[in-house]
Design a protein. Structure first.
Length: 363
């Protein structure tokens, strides 16, 4: 069984793709984004997968890759094109190379044109392919900078992508209209830049007259990506090496839902150092489940208007019955400017199940 997830970075409109082999638990991540590393690592952990490698479709000009940071966090290998000119990779890929992850494989096809080092990754059963910035949904990657060559792109698309089965699903590195997937048959027929009977002369003429402005982060992203995302000299706009450092005030876990969580024993160990905020109703606070000693009661419906009652000097752990309302409480607190907040995973139900001390409640 293949585990497949399509993830999105709204800042750069970049798609990141997670592919995992369920029997072995081994996964790869295509085109990770630096600022989304925490999200991606959380998803991989929640799905019970181990990240084997990050794969780049090319050296990006609109965002910094998360490859280096993921390697530092998980020990994953960095793989990208031998023609990329990048340093810091663990494996440099060329035409017809194979990347194995568990019992599944990705076949490498060189598809230069947007850059010299563009690659397309084709799944072993040829049911899907990841085309980077070579072929987009009803479009194609620009060729007016960074080694761009529209004639090379035309050949790449026709020889390496359009030769795949008609029903092969194509997943690009970007889309700016919210489109998510296409197919070989669709693009061969309907792509206005390169489909139908469009010849190489038509295509190169089209590409020369796009009139697009350069990516805003090109002067930052390209040098950083030529180091596989490793920060250096901290130029303006380059993410800092510690930009995604985990909070140090308690042992927290970041969930794919975007919430910092603490387990009951972690909270017990740091109970005297934090503010415990119970967001249940008053009847629940004094009801059968009881409450945690010294917890402050502010029902969730009142929290937005009463957040100012909480101290900014100590972190806050939100608590409810099962962890749902308290997760929303962390969002409300962050909007109020309280950044050191976490949710008690499992709420009072899990706290009591683990035999921890309760004030009030049933015996």
């Amino acid at each position: 069984m293949l585990v497949f997830r399509q993830l999105f970075d709204p800042q750069s409109s970049t798609y990141t793709y997670l592919l995992g082999d369920r029997p072995s638990g081994i996964a790869v991540l295509i085109d990770p984004v630096f600022e989304q590393v925490r999200r991606d690592a959380a998803l991989i952990g929640e799905l019970g997968l181990t990240l084997f490698a990050t794969l780049e479709t090319h050296v990006h000009a609109d965002h910094v890759t998360g490859a280096w940071l993921l390697k530092r966090r998980t020990g994953s290998k960095i793989m990208l094109s031998a023609a990329s000119g990048a340093e810091g990779g663990d494996r440099y890929l060329t035409q017809d190379d194979v990347v194995a992850f568990g019992g599944r494989r990705l076949f490498v096809r060189a598809t230069p044109g947007h850059t010299n080092g563009c690659l397309t990754y084709v799944l072993d059963d040829r049911s899907m392919a990841f085309t980077g910035d070579c072929l987009l949904i009803r479009g194609a990657g620009r060729t007016d900078f960074q080694e761009g060559d529209s004639a090379a792109m035309y050949r790449s698309i026709h020889e390496q992508i359009f030769t795949l089965p008609d029903d092969c699903l194509l997943y690009p590195a970007h889309d700016y209209r919210g489109l998510t997937v296409t197919s070989v048959a669709e693009e061969r027929r309907f792509n206005p830049r390169i489909g139908g009977e469009i010849g190489i002369g038509d295509f190169t003429g089209y590409m020369k007259n796009l009139g697009l402005s350069h990516p805003k982060l090109i002067d930052v992203a390209v040098p950083a990506n030529l180091r596989c995302g490793r920060p250096e000299n901290q130029a303006a706009g380059v993410p800092a090496a510690n930009a995604l450092a985990d909070p140090a005030w308690a042992p927290l876990r970041y969930s794919f839902a975007g919430v910092w969580e603490i387990d009951p024993h972690g909270l017990e160990e740091h109970q005297g150092e934090v503010q415990i905020l119970d967001v249940r109703e008053a009847s629940e606070f004094s009801g059968p489940l009881g409450h945690i000693k010294d917890a402050a009661l502010i029902p969730l419906g009142e929290l937005a208007g009463r957040a100012g009652e909480l101290s900014r000097d100590r972190p806050i752990v939100a608590v409810c019955r099962a962890g749902g309302r308290s997760a929303q409480a962390t969002v409300i607190l962050q909007k109020a400017g309280l950044t050191r907040v976490a949710n008690l995973a499992g709420g009072m139900l899990r706290w009591r199940a683990q035999g921890l001390t309760v004030s009030g409640g049933a015996g």
